[in-house]
Design a protein around this ligand. Structure first.
Ligand code: HEM
Length: 173
């Protein structure tokens, strides 16, 4: 069995961990009470880990475009291949969309964002309240849709492992 390269496997599982954290932290932070000790800390973590995700996916996209991230094709039915390629392509759309809307919302007041009193993230442009609200809506529903595709992706991997009993899951482990 040919496994994915170590770099591809690290990027895959690191992305899975970060995306899971991003969803839980985002969901939780907007509900926090002003007096909670996490009121400022959790959004800062959401933004900082989001920057790590941006960096990891920049590397991922560069590897994809330069042919370093190869796709191994197990003997699957044509419709399964189309479904998995569609799901995985949508990951790029949603992750890139969430990073862009997240960054623009975070710095929408025109001020640079300083995380943990050290990391300085510049504001690219200023946005009015209604535009920020629209971006917030896109970001929120984008995150829900991303989770839906992640669930489909996991169901596919589990089916390959336990029903078809092929090496699809083992290749990425
Ligand atoms: C896979 C990536 C991401 C996921 C899954 C995600 C998820 C979420 C979720 C679920 C929310 C709560 C939405 C709501 O209920 O209103 C949220 C809010 C937010 N996220 Fe993200 N996010 C991601 C990336 C980012 C990035 C990269 C940034 C910034 C650099 C960011 C900045 C924000 C901001 C500013 C909010 C709004 C907070 C507020 O309304 O006070 N997000 N995110």
């Amino acid at each position: 069995m040919q496994k994915y390269s170590l770099t591809t496997r690290i990027i895959h599982w690191l992305s899975a961990l970060i995306i899971f954290f991003m969803f839980i932290s985002g969901w939780y932070m907007v509900e926090l009470d002003y007096y909670s000790p996490w009121y400022n800390r959790l959004p800062e973590l959401h933004y900082a880990v989001g920057m790590v995700l941006m960096f990891v996916w920049l590397v991922k996209i560069i590897r994809l475009l330069t042919g370093y991230q190869k796709r191994l094709s197990p003997p699957v039915k044509p419709f399964e291949r189309i479904l998995s390629q569609l799901t995985q392509s949508l990951f790029y759309v949603f992750v890139i969309g969430l990073v862009i809307t997240g960054y623009l919302m975070m710095t929408a007041d025109g001020q640079p964002k300083i995380l943990f009193k050290t990391i300085n993230l510049p504001s690219l442009t200023q946005f009015s309240g209604p535009v920020v609200d629209t971006m917030g809506w896109v970001h929120e529903y984008g995150a829900y849709l991303l989770m839906l595709f992640v669930a489909l992706h996991i169901i596919g991997a589990v089916k390959h492992h336990f029903v078809d009993k092929d090496d699809t899951l083992k290749r990425i482990l």
